[in-house]
Design a protein around this ligand. Structure first.
Ligand code: PAF
Length: 286
């Protein structure tokens, strides 16, 4: 596996691969790779001739009081994991390479970034859209792969790619969970044993919503109430949001008709976790 640190070198690699007629699958990450990322690499390898991954903890998508400094970093371990699953090139740019002195451009997707994580983390999706635009321009993939756990991120990036006529496809890979239901996330590494146990209330409350939906419950208020009650049984759970919106347009609705997303953000100690469930469809179902 080639480790690439500069944009010029990455462009050269992409030129060579394209010259050899290869299609490129791209998996952008912030590192601390886990089984969820492995699944993205795996899907990329199935669909494309070569897989390029990036690891860049993007300062622009972190708010001032967020975990940028503490975000888990393990470049060597990550490189071993990426090589083991057949990633052809790992792009590891430094912050100054991506945002040199004088950098002044941001990408803003309007509307759907006003709610859920966009509301709780102002500016977060501007940072994500900006860095992903830059990475797409550098890597020029045929297909880019993202996990459904970051459901709103996926919708924002799909909107952005369509609006800006980006010549690539975005493929969404279902949520990967631990055997006990906890959705995989690099931030799970922050949890102590008690918080880890309490965090199971996320998947438990989604499973309850799924069960109630299957039994015919369609009232958004009732579904939210059930989830809130389940989460509030956990004294360590501090709720950021529990929302049910129509999907994929993220419109407010009183009744679930067609597809809807149940989206949760909850803090356990200093760790904020998100999880979601699509009701009435197959995409990313719990
Ligand atoms: O999902 C992530 O890890 C990040 O938001 C991404 C897409 C790599 C952009 O920094």
């Amino acid at each position: 596996m080639k480790i690439i640190e500069t944009i010029a070198e990455m462009r050269q690699f992409v030129r060579e691969q394209r010259g050899a007629g290869k299609t490129i699958g791209f998996v952008p990450t912030m590192g601390a790779l886990h089984q969820g990322h492995q699944e993205l690499f795996h899907k990329a390898g199935e669909r494309c001739d070569i897989v390029v991954a990036s690891i860049f903890v993007n300062p622009m998508q972190f708010g001032v009081n967020e975990d940028l400094a503490a975000y888990p970093r393990d470049s060597e371990g990550d490189a071993r994991k990426a090589a083991a699953v057949g990633v052809a090139a790992l792009f590891l740019p430094r912050v100054e390479e991506m945002y040199p002195t004088g950098y002044a451009t941001q990408v803003d997707v309007l509307g759907i970034t006003d709610l859920l994580c966009g509301k709780s983390r102002p500016g977060h999706f501007r940072g994500v859209a900006t860095v992903v635009t830059k990475l797409f321009n550098i890597v020029q993939p045929d297909v880019a792969f993202f996990g459904q756990k970051d459901a709103q991120q996926v919708l924002v990036l799909k909107r952005m790619a369509a609006d800006l006529n980006m010549a690539l496809e975005i493929e969404v890979v279902p949520i990967v969970r631990e055997a006990d239901g906890l959705a995989l996330s690099s931030r799970n590494a922050y949890l102590n044993a008690k918080e880890r146990q309490a965090a199971l209330s996320l998947s438990r409350s989604l499973a309850l919503a799924k069960q109630e939906f299957a039994a015919g419950r369609r009232s958004v208020q009732e579904l939210k109430q059930l989830i809130l009650e389940e989460l509030s049984k956990e004294t360590l759970a501090v709720i950021d949001y529990v929302e049910v919106y129509s999907y994929p347009d993220l419109a407010k609705t009183e009744t679930v008709a067609g597809q809807a997303i149940v989206a949760l953000a909850v803090r356990f100690g200093a760790t904020r976790l998100i999880d979601n469930l699509i009701l009435g469809g197959t995409e990313g179902c719990y």
